[in-house]
Write a protein that binds this ligand. Structure first.
Ligand code: HEM
Length: 99
């Protein structure tokens, strides 16, 4: 990992909300999962729906394995600036609603 960590703000992260350009926020870190869309065992669409939100809880609820947690390091692109997260509760991803 590079020694200088990039800090990313919500509006920048949320722009990447497409199947071919997909960034997600898990536990204060930002991941560019674009190269992983076709290979994700849960499918690409579930990750696209996880954009523009903090998906920490749902990522945990799915109970990803230790292997999955290690895989996600491959897609880490920077720290998320939590102070830029919108107040609105609707920004929080609800897996049950969107499946
Ligand atoms: C960098 C991010 C992610 C990685 C590396 C990842 C990786 C994986 C892996 C390896 C599995 C297979 C089971 C396991 O080994 O745990 C899996 C399953 C799954 N993932 Fe993810 N995942 C990521 C993000 C997400 C997100 C954001 C969601 C949605 C909230 C999600 C939803 C699921 C679901 C629903 C399954 C179960 C698929 C099934 O068994 O039918 N994943 N993921």
């Amino acid at each position: 990992m590079a020694s200088v960590q990039k800090t990313l703000v919500f509006d920048n992260v949320a722009k990447h909300n497409k199947i071919d350009d997909c960034w997600i926020i898990i536990s204060g870190k930002v991941y560019d999962v674009t190269p992983f869309m076709d290979d994700h065992p849960g499918g690409g669409e579930v990750m696209r729906k996880a954009t523009g939100k903090d998906v920490t809880v749902d990522y945990g609820d799915v109970v990803h394995s230790e292997k999955a947690n290690q895989m996600k390091q491959n897609y880490y692109i920077g720290e998320f600036d939590q102070t830029t997260f919108p107040e609105k509760r609707s920004q929080i991803y609800n897996l049950k609603k969107s499946l």
